[in-house]
Design a binder for this molecule. Structure first.
Ligand code: PGA
Length: 250
């Protein structure tokens, strides 16, 4: 049995109180119509977590953070800790997004520290990996992906508390997506990296694809072997488009 699909909305730094609430309410309305067949997680800006927790209460939609610090509390101005996310109603947190790796200088080891903190707080992690355009052009994509998987996962990671999102950096927000065969190969390498890291089967691991997923291409992407869900940025800013994407596992 393949793992239950996982659909993750990453709103990034988008959404003020009024429009965030409206978008969340519209999504909750869609979800009230029936189970889409997968798990749904919305990762809004941290400022909206408490408000959205009320909107999603009683629905199948879970909340997630977009990042967390590696320590539970302390003198870290501007950061959010994993216990704070759990306290705000989160069940998940994204770590190692390429916008954090590139924009905030996060190395694999930093990502692993954040993931360990998340697990300690009872959160499931969505750990992002993915090659740059240069890596792909130089024929290093799979090597980079495998190395990131091996180094970005802390001890104690399990297929229950961890999903891995394969997000080629060059596909994020660009409207470009890899060929199906390249997605399949990358996902196989993610699972292989998991198996090297933990000397155990990655069959139950949820491996998501992210990068320019839309309501139009989600069905084809979800049909690629080894794809257990998607991490959606831009298209998740429309409740209708994201809900259509959530139907892609049907
Ligand atoms: P995108 O972003 O869907 O806008 O390409 C995906 C992501 O960064 O997670």
């Amino acid at each position: 049995m393949p793992p239950r699909p996982l659909f993750v909305a990453n709103w990034k730094m988008n959404g003020l109180h009024a429009d965030g609430l409206a978008r969340a309410s519209a999504l909750a309305g869609h979800a009230a119509g029936g189970d889409c067949g997968g798990d749904i997680v919305v990762c809004p800006p941290a400022t909206l977590l408490f408000a959205l927790r009320a909107v999603f209460a009683g629905s199948q939609i879970e909340l997630g953070g977009q990042d967390c610090h590696a320590t539970p509390e302390g003198a870290h101005t501007g950061d959010v800790s994993a216990p704070m996310l759990a306290d705000a109603g989160c069940a998940y947190v994204i770590v190692g997004h390429s916008e954090r790796r590139a924009g905030h200088g996060e190395a694999d080891e930093t990502v692993a520290g954040k993931a360990a903190a998340a697990h300690a707080a009872g959160l499931a992690t969505i750990v992002c990996v993915g090659e740059s355009a240069v890596d792909r052009d130089d024929g290093r994509a799979l090597a980079v992906i495998g190395r990131q998987v091996e180094r970005s996962l802390p001890d104690g990671s399990t297929t229950d508390n961890t999903a891995i999102a394969y997000e080629p950096v060059w596909a994020i927000g660009t409207g470009r997506t890899p060929a199906q065969a390249d997605i399949e190969a990358a996902h196989a390498e993610v699972r292989a990296g998991w198996e090297r890291r933990f000397s155990g089967s990655g069959a139950a691991l949820r491996v998501l694809y992210g990068g320019s997923v839309t309501a139009r291409n989600a069905g084809e992407i979800m049909a690629a072997p080894g794809v257990d869900g998607v991490l959606v940025g831009g298209a998740s800013l429309s409740a209708d488009a994201f809900w259509q994407i959530c139907q892609a596992c049907r």
